[in-house]
Write a protein that binds this ligand. Structure first.
Ligand SMILES: *Cc1c(COP(=O)(O)O)cnc(C)c1O
Length: 233
């Protein structure tokens, strides 16, 4: 990669960090109460290296296999990296995910909760924290629990399975104002005594912070546009 692109990633990362801090301060919140997850799915390795060189250590990935193909080697050089799974988790990838990710943000069904409980008890398990994904607008094509099922699911996860659930995550409808969704997610998290509220992406992370996000997941604003995936053969 050209030196220029490397510097671009670093400049964008600094700008996003500055905006996260400003949004937290404007909302009267401690900037350290907001975690920036750099979502590197589908990004070329060179851009991830540039963010690592600029000091970023918390990254998000959507696909278990893609993350497996690059993070073990990067972790050998940057052992303090913290990896979050922010994409849907298929049951047959649960073991691999638990061995690779520090945080799984997409717990969304009882069967997966049971599987994770089993996998988390193995010595190879790395995952320490889980977030439950909520389908706030109850969009039929989307993952996540409807808000009405949250109470029973959280009781099952926390009391029966003893899972380390620390927060809620949502992907609100595209093209809509994130504000009411962030406020609702924060309200639900508070109601259930959960600290983390994961909402807000490149287009709207400042608004999400103003309405209570504690984790923002930012991809293109840091790394630039994702290159198109290779066409299937
Ligand atoms: C891709 C993705 C992001 C980051 O999106 P950008 O618009 O690139 O910031 C955040 N969260 C999830 C779940 C994603 O899939």
């Amino acid at each position: 990669m050209e030196q220029g692109e490397d510097q671009e990633v670093q400049a964008r990362l600094l700008d996003v960090r500055r905006r996260v801090k400003a949004a937290a301060e404007a909302a009267g919140r401690d900037p350290n109460s907001v975690t920036l997850v750099a979502v590197s799915k589908a990004q070329p390795l060179e851009r991830i290296e540039a963010a690592l060189a600029a000091g970023q250590r918390i990254f998000g990935e959507n696909y278990v296999q893609e993350a497996q193909s690059r993070w073990p080697a990067l972790r050998a050089r940057y052992p303090d990296v913290e990896l979050h799974l922010v994409g849907a988790l298929q049951s047959n990838k649960a073991r691999a995910a638990v061995e690779l990710f520090d945080v799984i943000q997409t717990l969304d069904r009882p069967k997966l909760a049971q599987l994770l409980a089993k996998e988390l008890s193995r010595p190879q398990a790395r995952t320490r924290r889980l977030l439950v994904e909520v389908n706030l607008a109850e969009e039929p094509q989307k993952a996540g629990l409807p808000p009405g099922e949250l109470a029973a699911f959280l009781t099952f996860c926390r009391e029966e399975l003893r899972l380390p659930v620390v927060g809620l995550m949502a992907i609100p409808p595209a093209e809509e104002d994130v504000a009411p969704y962030a406020a609702l997610l924060a309200k639900l998290a508070a109601r259930f005594g959960l600290k983390e509220v994961s909402i807000g992406m490149s287009a709207d992370f400042e608004t999400a912070i103003a309405f209570g996000a504690t984790i923002v997941r930012v991809g293109t604003a840091i790394f630039g546009e994702r290159p198109p995936r290779a066409a299937p053969p």
